[in-house]
Design a protein around this ligand. Structure first.
Ligand SMILES: Cc1cc2nc3c(=O)[nH]c(=O)nc-3n(C[C@H](O)[C@H](O)[C@H](O)COP(=O)(O)OP(=O)(O)OC[C@H]3O[C@@H](n4cnc5c(N)ncnc54)[C@H](O)[C@@H]3O)c2cc1C
Length: 294
């Protein structure tokens, strides 16, 4: 069994919000067997644990986390071709692979389908688990099947549509399952076209979102596709409103940015205020998209 273990790792440095306390044990299994054995061991001793992907959808409390925080970035960092026809290529991608690495691979190999992931600083596992996406596409459009480590049953292969059914920002995969890898069905296209699409997506993001500031992307789910949460928050006049170091972005009202030194409580208080205001004004209950480790 092979691991890399960091004692006392800063979670702020591992989340895109740059907020969070300390992980007592940050554990990176070095191969699949070690990951499986470790999770089985934790189950046997009844220990809780958490899984950290790219940390891009997490708001983490400023406290000490005694339970092991597990990362797949060392044991599931592969991309390999599984099958290929004249126009379709199926690749198997490890859950710890960063979206940026996947996009670079797709451009190089001329594989289209993942472009919507441009600007989403996730890992493949986190993106599958959250069913990440935009109006340009979502993970459910490209995921064929996944290998998960189920809390009770161990390693399982699950087919989309048969064993799990994704919804908006939810894969339908059981909580506590580890997405070890996913098979993605992609179409062949020219690297220039794929790069062009990625560039135009990034241009649009830069124009409309506070890219570059620490954040976790959209804070709330859109109540429906024609009722964006950002529009409701904007209509409450909240753009630029701030608590401590946390500010509602002036560029996009559904983004909270850490302007420097924001705490977990600053963001949580700001989120509660947004929910209250939107409810008072529109009787719409906003639901968090960001996940909180409190
Ligand atoms: C700048 C920015 C832009 C963003 N834009 C978008 C966007 O356009 N669309 C969108 O949908 N989201 C967006 N997000 C949010 C975020 O990137 C997604 O929710 C993403 O799917 C989170 O993946 P992650 O690897 O960072 O997961 P984390 O934030 O690390 O974890 C999120 C949850 O997934 C779980 N998880 C992580 N890895 C795995 C795994 N291998 N198996 C099972 N569970 C796992 C974690 O335990 C946690 O519960 C954005 C975030 C930022 C910072």
């Amino acid at each position: 069994v092979r691991f890399s273990v960091t004692v006392g790792a800063s979670l702020a440095q591992m989340t895109t919000f740059r907020i969070g306390g300390v992980a007592g044990l940050f554990v990176e299994p070095l191969d699949q067997k070690s990951l499986e054995s470790f999770i089985q061991f934790l189950r046997e001793i009844g220990s809780p644990w958490r899984l950290l992907g790219g940390g891009s959808n997490l708001l983490v409390a400023n406290r000490f986390f005694p339970e092991p925080i597990i990362s797949l970035r060392r044991c599931a960092s592969f991309i390999e071709v599984m099958s290929e026809t004249d126009d379709v290529v199926v690749i198997r991608v490890g859950g710890g692979v960063k979206t940026r690495t996947l996009l670079n691979y797709c451009v190089r190999r001329g594989l289209s389908g993942c472009e919507f992931l441009a600007g989403i600083p996730a890992t493949l596992g986190g993106a599958v688990f959250m069913n990440a996406g935009t109006s340009d596409g979502t993970m459910q459009d490209i995921v064929d099947s996944v290998t998960v480590i189920d809390r009770d049953k161990g390693m399982l292969k699950l087919r989309q549509g048969a064993d799990f059914h994704p919804l908006y920002r939810s894969s339908g995969i059981a909580n506590g399952s580890v997405v070890y890898d996913a098979r993605l069905k992609l179409r062949k296209n020219s690297p220039e076209k794929i790069r062009g699409k990625i560039c135009s997506i990034m241009k649009r993001r830069l124009a409309t979102q506070p890219i570059g500031m620490p954040s976790a992307g959209c804070v709330f789910k859109n109540p429906s596709s024609d009722l964006p949460a950002g529009l409701l928050i904007d209509h409450c006049g909240l753009k630029g409103f701030r608590i401590g170091g946390a500010e509602i972005s002036r560029k996009h009202a559904n983004w909270i940015i850490n302007t420097g030194g924001a705490s977990y409580n600053d963001v949580v208080t700001l989120m509660a205020l947004i929910k209250d205001r939107v409810y008072e004004q529109f009787t719409v209950k906003l639901e968090e998209e960001v996940q909180c480790w409190d």
